[in-house]
Design a protein around this ligand. Structure first.
Ligand code: RB5
Length: 148
């Protein structure tokens, strides 16, 4: 699938607590053929999660990216920040059912994971479930609109 012109554009970022998992997920996304933009940070850099979450969320809101993946220690701070950007819905997940439903019912274009919460295997399964899910629309679209 690599090199597919209409590949989904996915941005990924983390703070220092999510660096290792970010690398694992980024490499997997690239192997799967997605158009991946890694927004950092560099190795060993200690950074504040709001400074990483906001630019990614703004990129998703503007349409520069189709989806975003944010990783910190728990995923919580990333989601709290991303959800402050108008039009963005970010979901913290630690299981595949929640990951799938975050897209199917909530149209969450940003997925947040905690490197201190889930192992790489579960995290990759979550990302895959979320990417393979489709927003169901209908009554869910009405509810999602009410969030805004
Ligand atoms: C960093 O120590 C940690 O607080 C951060 O990665 C995150 O878990 C916050 O939500």
């Amino acid at each position: 699938m690599s090199g597919v012109p209409d590949a989904l554009k996915i941005a990924i970022s983390s703070d220092h607590a999510g660096n290792v998992l970010r690398g694992v997920i980024r490499d997997w996304l690239v192997e799967e053929g997605y158009a991946v933009t890694d927004l950092g940070p560099g190795p060993g850099e200690s950074v504040d999660y709001p400074d990483r979450a906001r630019p990614l969320a703004e990129g998703v809101a503007s349409g520069r990216f189709d989806r975003g993946v944010l990783i910190c220690g728990t995923g919580q701070g990333m989601a709290m920040t991303a959800n402050r950007v108008p039009g963005v819905r970010a979901a913290v997940v630690a299981d595949t059912f929640s990951a799938r439903m975050a897209m199917a019912h909530n149209d969450a274009r940003v997925l947040c994971l905690g490197e201190r919460v889930v192992g790489a295997g579960v995290a990759l399964d979550c990302v895959e479930a979320w990417l393979n899910a489709e927003f169901e629309g209908g009554r869910h679209a009405r509810r999602v609109e009410k969030i805004g």
